[in-house]
Design a binder for this molecule. Sequence first.
Ligand code: CA
Length: 237
Amino acid sequence: MTKDSFANSILLIEDEENIRSFIFTTLKNQNYKVTTSSSGAEGLHLAASLCPDIILLDLGLPDMDGMEVISKLRSWTAIPIIVISARTNEHEKARALDQGADDYITKPFGAVELLARIRTSLRHSRQMQDMSSIHQKPYHYKNLTVNFENHVVTLNGEIIHLTQIEYKLLTLLARNSGKVLTYTFIMEKIWGPYTDSNNQILRVNMANIRRKIEKNPATPEYVFTEIGIGYRMAEGD
Ligand code: CA
């Protein structure tokens, strides 16, 4: 139990009672402050009045489409949103992320996975808050280090030579490590908003990066493919 989790408040918007009580109990046991709502309208109202540290949002709500809840929230707040979805439709998950959700978790899920996603999102929002002022500390995981200050990427202590695009891609993923980034988001960040929607160029660059940093590109340790959605880099230490 950390002092930290005491302070964190979570708003859960979910209409299925079983799932709501499972999540509520799981989070309570970790000393999070939890408020629940079973509708989109009430959830939006609570979000505005409580300003929670994180919002867990079911996409299939009785009164409102979850996508609409996301866009309404994003019109005024950057509070991290983790989408809880029964839907296995990748398009929908990608759309929720592009709409401004930070992550998603697919039903059924266990307590361990849920808590890990919450910790990741909380860490990201804290990092975003102090990012403006100080230099960013290097990304480090297993044998890979990405030093954002001097633009050096090393694997087992040896410098990895990347093209400019490959470096931009890898740092984008490393800065958002632990979080899935959609193809659309990455394409816009690297190639600009008017780029071709065909993501072949992204796949080619990613294959090149993997050849350089992964021991076995087929079973990656650092950059994972979320099929039909995008990529997620292993969370740094
Ligand atoms: Ca539902």
